[in-house]
Design a protein around this ligand. Structure first.
Ligand code: CP
Ligand code: NVA
Length: 308
């Protein structure tokens, strides 16, 4: 029997129990893949991937993941579909969801993906919006657990922009019960409502990024200018100059602290090369785990819980 229709539009769309299941499942799927053991639970299933913004990792991990699970993936973008010529998103959802089994969308406002999902017959996955990047945080948390054990009770230091990645870390902290120390330049503070937060129990704001990093188990950052905000790039370069993750910040973090970045990165801007290319960085593992966590997500949305 097909599982009930479920979407992954924000991190908190999944309960802690579901996320813990996905992390267990990710390990099984990853180990099978590493042993070259074929596993095709999604034979004959098709994923449509709709991109309104650029991507390397998200496209590749979803497309390769579907193939590896026995299904197929179709890439669509706004430039050469009717979406770019003003077809209502609701109409596109009605049509596309009659032809495929699952849809992944990378777009601008969260409202677009919410509207698509409201008219979709099949699961919809957020592949990044201006507000959230839940697939990336799923991979990041899996990577933390894989490298260091449970994340519950740990402290993540977020340095830089209060963007889609920051919002999603904050939501994840509420669902999985860890803490986030946030340091953003003045004028770029977290907007709790936009981040979709229930309260302030799981995060604390710091003026000085060094204070945010003190004792942290994980230090993470992202580009100063996200896709869609390019017009603000020059003013952001000035505003964010002191929010570059460097070795001084890593030194005040916990001894076993990891460094993460969703990539693509700009060495010398949001992070020094010594840090991202240094011994505490797990950025390649994070990128690799996009493949495995998303395969677990696709399997769960299309097949439900599997106990083999
Ligand atoms: N981290 C991430 O989502 O990368 P892409 O923009 O390359 O998909
Ligand atoms: N915050 C970045 C993440 C890119 C993967 C952006 O939205 O451009």
């Amino acid at each position: 029997m097909a599982p009930a229709l479920k979407h992954f539009l924000q991190f908190k769309d999944f309960s802690r129990d579901e996320l813990e299941y996905l992390f267990v499942r990710t390990r099984v799927i990853k180990e099978r893949f590493k042993r070259y053991q074929p596993y095709h639970p999604l034979a004959d299933r098709t994923l449509a991937m709709i991109f309104e913004k650029s991507s390397t990792r998200t496209r590749l991990s979803f497309e390769a993941g579907m193939h590896q699970l026995g299904g197929s993936a179709i890439y669509l973008n706004t430039r050469d579909t009717q979406l770019g010529r003003g077809e209502p998103v609701e109409d596109a959802a009605e049509v596309i969801s009659r032809m495929v089994d699952v849809v992944m969308i990378r777009t601008y406002e969260q409202d677009i993906i919410e509207r698509f999902a409201a008219h979709s017959r099949v699961p919809v996955i957020n592949g990044l919006t201006n507000e959230y990047h839940p697939c990336q945080i799923l991979a990041d948390i899996y990577t933390y657990i894989e490298q260091r054990g449970p994340i519950q009770g740990k402290t993540v230091a977020w340095i830089g922009d209060s963007n889609n990645m920051c919002n999603t870390w904050l939501q994840a902290a509420e669902v999985l019960d860890f803490n986030v120390h946030v340091s953003t330049p003045p004028g770029y503070e977290v907007e709790p409502e936009r981040a979709g937060l229930f309260g302030t129990d799981h995060y604390e704001a710091f003026v000085d990024p060094m204070d945010a990093c003190r004792g942290a188990d994980l230090v993470t950052t992202d580009v100063w200018t996200s896709m869609g905000f390019e017009a603000e790039s020059a003013s952001r370069m000035k505003a964010f100059a002191d929010w570059r993750v460097d070795n001084d910040m890593m030194r005040v973090a916990a001894d076993a602290a990891l460094f993460m970045h969703c990539l693509p990165a700009h060495r010398g801007e949001e992070v020094e090369a010594d840090v991202i290319d240094g011994p505490q960085s797990v950025v390649w593992k994070e990128a690799e785990n996009r493949l495995h966590t998303q395969k677990a997500m696709l399997e769960y949305l299309l097949r439900g819980r599997i106990e083999d």
